[in-house]
Design a protein around this ligand. Structure first.
Ligand code: P6P
Length: 356
């Protein structure tokens, strides 16, 4: 559902009825952690970085920011120029905003303290994947930014900050993503539902267009890289066979969509219903997606939208992280599809209805 702004002439004042991201937060002060203003400023800082990243992505070929930096990141993945830019802009915005005391980034080997002299007076720690699916930028396909927010306990100091911040995803106070697609959307939760905002480049504001998102239960789409089928376990292959079964009554068949950007596949499945999978496989025995800044934030969002996120054997949000860059297998999306995957992977396939 979105506001019918496209056909309203600007002079009609139609924009006056539209909610900006900052106004939304301030109007719902009862729903946000900590002091609303501090949290509103933190989200503002993330949204400012998102607008700058969006500005670079939309002009990548012109600004000569395509291609690789020639270095590899801590994941031993070739770093793209836009990875570096996105990482720099998020750190810069959070450092400038002053609400965040510690960051953990896919592009940086260790967590970074943003508090001068290590005195963590500010309470928020933010983990992020600055540019998910960045290999898509050179071919004009969708990419995204993912962020996860924790509050730090009152009595911590710099030495013990890392293990103090590595807490299960169930303790996040906020999570969200920016999808740089055909439009640029900012989607987040603080544990009171999921709301989506679309960037109006004309006024530089994220405007509420997708209030109270709930993931459909339909078995509309599935996302997995089936080129890896020979790496998949027999149980996973059996599940995929079930997933592709035509509905005996309607003849309807699930569609396959795999963009190469988790944010983009997740966002589409959130709106249409569906399932994203990145299982453990030969090259990634613990899966490929990172727990702290990919799986946990999206798991928080999908559960708030009525969906489910699992490793195939347990709830993602219950995992106790051991490191900033820890990976996890991931099955995330409409609950009936995730539950069916779990049943197959746990030898309980007799519990799965013939068609979801
Ligand atoms: P593969 C991007 O690198 C990413 O982390 C996700 O965004 C994406 O879904 C996946 O990896 C793609 O990985 O192995 O299928 O190329």
């Amino acid at each position: 559902m979105s506001h019918a702004l496209s056909d309203a002439p600007a002079s009609s004042g139609a924009l006056a009825s539209v909610m900006t991201l900052e106004q939304f937060i301030l109007d719902r002060r009862d729903r946000f952690p900590q002091s609303t203003r501090a949290f509103a400023r933190l989200l503002r800082d993330v949204s400012v970085a998102a607008k700058i990243i969006n500005h670079n992505i939309r002009r990548a070929g012109i600004l000569d920011v395509m291609g690789e930096t020639g270095t590899v990141n801590v994941q031993d993945e070739k770093q793209k120029k836009l990875d570096e830019i996105a990482d720099r802009e998020l750190e810069r915005a959070l450092r400038r905003g002053g609400e965040c005391c510690l960051i953990g980034s896919e592009e940086q080997p260790e967590t970074v303290s943003l508090s001068p002299h290590g005195n963590f007076q500010e309470r928020f720690a933010v983990f992020f994947d600055p540019l998910d699916g960045s290999s898509n930028t050179d071919v004009n396909a969708s990419v995204g930014t993912i962020f996860s927010v924790y509050t730090l306990p009152e009595d911590i100091d710099e030495e013990d900050s890392l293990d103090v911040t590595l807490r299960p995803g169930a303790e996040q106070v906020a999570a969200g993503y920016v999808a740089y697609g055909s439009s640029t959307m900012f989607v987040f939760t603080t544990g009171n539902g999921v709301n989506g905002f679309t960037l109006d480049p004309g006024i530089g504001e994220f405007l509420l267009t997708h209030p109270d998102l709930q993931i459909p239960q339909e078995r509309a789409m599935y996302s997995i890289n089936e080129a890896d089928i020979e790496d998949f376990s027999p149980k996973l292959r059996a599940f995929l066979q079930w997933l592709k079964t035509k509905d005996p009554d309607t003849g309807a068949r699930i569609r396959a969509r795999y963009i190469g950007s988790f944010v983009s596949d997740f966002h589409r499945n959130l709106l249409t219903g569906g399932l994203y999978m990145y299982p453990a496989r030969t090259n990634y025995p613990n899966g490929k997606l990172r727990l702290m800044y990919e799986a946990n934030p999206m798991a928080f969002l999908v559960e708030q939208a009525g969906g489910r996120a699992s490793t195939g054997h347990q709830r993602v949000l219950d995992l106790q992280p051991e490191g900033v860059h820890q990976r996890t297998p991931l099955f995330i999306g409409s609950a009936p599809l995730v539950e069916a995957a779990e049943a197959y992977l746990q030898d309980r396939e007799e519990e799965v209805p013939r068609v979801a």
